[in-house]
Write a protein that binds this ligand. Structure first.
Ligand SMILES: NC(=O)c1ccc[n+]([C@@H]2O[C@H](COP(=O)([O-])OP(=O)(O)OC[C@H]3O[C@@H](n4cnc5c(N)ncnc54)[C@H](O)[C@@H]3O)[C@@H](O)[C@H]2O)c1
Ligand SMILES: [Zn+2]
Length: 364
């Protein structure tokens, strides 16, 4: 037998800036031109960002090729859209010196990031997130992807952005239901990592709901720090990154069982309450802790109970299909306290008996 070994140098350390401000979108383009001099820019956005005036504000009079996703939303987050984006770049004679700029919510960011990851074996992408989901969660962390007809994010790549620019003023045009549901990821961040942040959210929720820009900047800063720390510690989801899944094991099942009638954040809100009830059953938490969490979610106007048409048996079956399941049952992320994940023996996700999960779902 002949043998030969190939040594690949440790992958280059990645580091990228996240800038958070208010009304910064209109001043951004000259900065991008200067900071990424030498790159041909290509913008990916969706119809709603165009009609809300955000694309016009970003580009001003600059003549930059753009791909406008239509219809907006999850329905277009598929491989066909990624192919259209790539072919549009090719037809515009763009090559490896392309910089993709994603302006929009999580679907735009995920599709544009994925297209950038595979175009000519990878070109840089900048994220300019415009929803509460994208500003708190999807723009940071480097997960990109599109759905297949069978499952979400079936095609994907870890592709970290070259920079993230967040203008919280873009949120003023976001519809109320989307705005509030996206804030559930902020509550999740506070619960898994920072009790001071939880207090801040509780004390400033009216200002958040009024879309006060100072407060939105502060919570965005908390969110990016928390998500950034977790991603730095575990960029490819070996262990610690799983804590971001808090509330998602039940949440994903509820989202699917609702036929996607519930927004992701709304389903995760129910999942967070479910996780809290499991914590009480396992004597990890007193009842009062769950009441604090419930209060904040109720104020966000998101559901905190299972819709009556969802059967526990169906939910248990969906939980068995969770993509993180091993031997047909996933582990759960639970809390020791607000701001602290329960982590016995260094494991961030723990066994919960299916019977206990079923008992909790019955009460939920
Ligand atoms: N990559 C990750 O780590 C990660 C994390 C969380 C979620 N996600 C993904 O993100 C997606 C959900 O993100 P989302 O909730 O931002 O969805 P989205 O991008 O579909 O945005 C929701 C709706 O709001 C509109 N919109 C966006 N910004 C707007 C603005 N400023 N004003 C008016 N309308 C605006 C969009 O056109 C869309 O209709 C899902 O596909 C999910 O899988 C990815
Ligand atoms: Zn989520």
């Amino acid at each position: 037998m002949l043998e030969h070994e190939i040594k690949i140098p440790a992958s280059q350390a990645k580091c990228y800036p996240i800038e958070i401000g208010t009304d910064t979108l209109g001043e951004l383009w000259p900065r991008i031109e200067a900071d990424f001099n030498g790159y041909n820019k290509f913008v990916v956005t969706d119809e709603n960002l165009v009609s809300a005036g955000h694309l016009g504000k970003l580009l001003g009079k600059s003549d930059v090729p753009a791909f406008v996703i239509s219809p907006p939303g999850e329905i277009s987050k598929n491989i066909d859209t990624a192919v259209s984006i790539i072919e549009t770049m090719e037809k515009a004679y763009l090559g490896r010196d392309t910089l993709v700029v994603a302006l929009g919510g999580g679907t735009v960011g995920d599709i544009a990031g994925f297209a950038a990851a595979v175009f000519k074996r990878g070109v840089p992408v900048i994220q300019i997130p415009t929803t509460t989901v994208a500003q708190a969660d999807s723009s940071v962390g480097g997960k990109t992807g599109v759905d297949s007809s069978v499952s979400k994010n079936a095609f994907g790549a870890f592709w970290h952005p070259a920079a993230v620019y967040i203008d919280v003023a873009t949120l003023t045009t976001l519809d109320d239901r989307q705005f509030k549901a996206g804030l559930v990821e902020s509550v999740k961040h506070a619960l898994i990592a920072d009790s001071e942040y939880f207090d801040f959210l509780q004390n400033n929720l009216d200002a958040v709901l009024d879309r006060n820009s100072d407060v939105l900047e502060k919570i965005t800063h908390f969110n990016c720090k928390i998500k950034g720390n977790v991603v730095e510690a575990d960029p490819c989801e070996q262990n610690k990154r799983r804590i971001l899944n808090y509330g998602h094991t039940i949440g994903h099942a509820v989202e699917t069982a609702s036929g996607f009638e519930l927004l992701h954040g709304e389903a995760v809100a129910i999942g967070i309450i479910g996780a809290g009830m499991i914590e009480i059953e396992l004597k990890l938490a007193p009842q009062e802790r769950l009441e604090r969490v419930r209060q904040i979610l109720e104020k966000l106007d998101v559901p905190v109970k299972l819709p009556p048409n969802l059967a526990e048996k169906d939910l248990i079956d969906l939980i068995k299909h969770d993509k993180k399941a091993v031997n047909k049952w996933p582990r759960f992320v639970l809390l020791n306290d607000i701001g602290q994940v329960y982590c016995p023996d260094g494991q961030y996700a723990v066994d919960v008996a299916p019977e206990l999960a079923e008992k909790v779902l019955k009460k939920l």
